[in-house]
Every structure is written in C-alpha cells, then in structure tokens.
Design a protein around this ligand. Structure first.
Ligand SMILES: [Zn+2]
Ligand SMILES: [Zn+2]
Length: 267
C-alpha cells in the first residue's frame, strides 16, 4: 500500500527532525551543537556525489573549515608551492607517481581528526574527512580519469590490533563518491616498523619489499589512497608494485600531508 508506506516515511522523518531539535547532533571534533541543515552544499561541476553527502551529523562548519584549510600545493610532488603543476623543486625530475592531491597539511586540528579516524569507533570521522577530500579535489580526480581507488594495505596483524584501517575506509568512501571501483589490489606481507620510528633515509628500505599485487590492474588508472603521507616512501613502493601489475597510471591521495618541517609525526 503506497499511502501507508508514505505515511510511515513521513512519520519517521518528523520523528527524526523532532529528535534533532530536542537533541541536536554534536560535532565529533569540538562537541559543539550542529544546527540542522547547516551543511547544505550546492551541486558539483565534476558530478561527484560528495556535494550531496551531508556532514551535518558529524562535523560543524567551523571544524570543517579548520581541517580543510591548506597552503596551495604542487600537483606533481605535493610540496607547498604556488605553481600548481610542477614546482621548481620537481620540474624536470621524475616523480614517484603521476600526481598527488591531499585534503590539507598534517597539523593541529587535522592531526586530532586523523588520529581519531584511525581508531575503532572513528569510522564517522574517517568518512567525513574522505568526503571533505573529495569535495576539495574532485576536479583534480576527474581530470586524472581515475578507474579505481586502491587503499594502501595494513599488515593483517596490525589491522587485528587496531581493529580498523583508515586508508581502507577512506578509499572505499572516495570510490563511492567518485563513482569508481574500490579495488583491494595490494597486500602487505611484512609488518614493517612504523615509518615515523626510523630515520628518513632508511624509510625506503623499510618498505621496499613489503607490498605485493593481489590481482592484475591491467590498463587501469589507479588512485592510491592513504591516511597520512610522510616521506612518500610507502606510496612509492605501492606505486612500483601497481605499475608492475599493469597499471597505466598511479595517482596518489591522502587525507593529510606531513610537510618536511613537521616530519617527526606520531601515529
Ligand atoms: Zn566542531
Ligand atoms: Zn613539485
């Protein structure tokens, strides 16, 4: 009975709205009340689904702004630069990947948010950050003509201890919002030491043989997704494995990028 279903739907909506008026949703970062309908985002020219995904049950406007604000970055190496595509540091040099775009620098508010996203129960925060990433970078992702989003894998033991993998959750969300496939194309065979626990010059060696292809990615343009980029050694190792497995191009993205001055991060 269509009218009964409609009545039921309307009643559920009234109940939800009434509940929100009595108990407004709280921002997961600052614990402040979020007024209903505050995250009304106009449609997006790149036809991603991030604009239509409301965050007004997760983050307040002030926190959204705080975690999304960043310096302008080079789209080839990811370092702060006004140049956009190819800064003076990387022009004429081969990069480890075909392009990089992130939400923002790993500092202050975004650091707190990412640490929360990495823990069990932080899935809401992780999804919200991935949505903000797509809202910010969907034009770039669209220009890259991505076929699939691939998460940087976590070793099974670390995943079992943590109970969650933020890169996985973020990649799943990015894939859904961009309308591309979510592909678990890599596995991690070594429980390498945390990259932030060892000197920068040893980091490539630490991860160089840790990753393996689980499947062919022949001819695909891949968006490799991680939660935080530090030196990029992990992403570079994954990029090599994906190219060897047939990828046509590998672009990378992450929620946060630790710039050189703040390299000594804790995770
Ligand atoms: Zn807030
Ligand atoms: Zn550059």
């Amino acid at each position: 009975m269509a009218w009964a279903e409609r009545m039921h739907r309307e009643a559920s909506r009234w109940a939800a709205e009434g509940f929100d008026l009595l108990f407004p949703p709280r921002c997961v970062l600052c614990r402040g009340d979020i007024p209903p309908g505050s995250d009304a985002v106009e449609s997006c020219a790149s036809a991603c689904h991030a604009a239509g995904t409301s965050l007004d049950r997760t983050l307040c406007q002030a926190c959204m702004r705080a975690v999304s604000t960043d310096v302008s970055r080079c789209l080839r190496c990811g370092e702060p630069s006004a140049a956009g595509d190819g800064c003076s540091r990387c022009r004429g040099r081969r990069c480890d990947w075909d392009g990089i775009a992130v939400l923002a620098s790993y500092g202050d508010r975004l650091r707190d948010a990412v640490l929360r996203a990495k823990h069990p129960g932080g899935i809401d925060v992780c999804q919200a950050l991935a949505t903000l990433l797509v809202r910010k970078q969907c034009d770039t992702f669209a220009a890259w003509q991505i076929d699939a989003a691939v998460p940087v894998p976590m070793h099974w033991f670390r995943r079992a201890v943590r109970g969650t993998n933020a890169a996985d959750e973020a990649a799943r969300r990015v894939a859904r919002l961009m309308g591309v496939r979510f592909l678990v194309a890599l596995s991690r065979s070594k429980a390498t030491r945390m990259q932030n626990e060892i000197p920068v010059h040893q980091r490539r060696g630490n991860v160089s043989s840790a990753f393996h292809a689980r499947r062919s990615v022949n001819g695909k343009r891949i968006l490799l997704v991680d939660d935080v980029v530090t030196t990029g050694a992990t992403l570079a190792a994954c990029q090599q494995v994906l190219m060897a497995a047939g990828a046509r191009a590998v672009f990378v993205t992450a929620i946060a990028k630790a710039d050189r001055s703040e390299d000594a991060i804790r995770s």
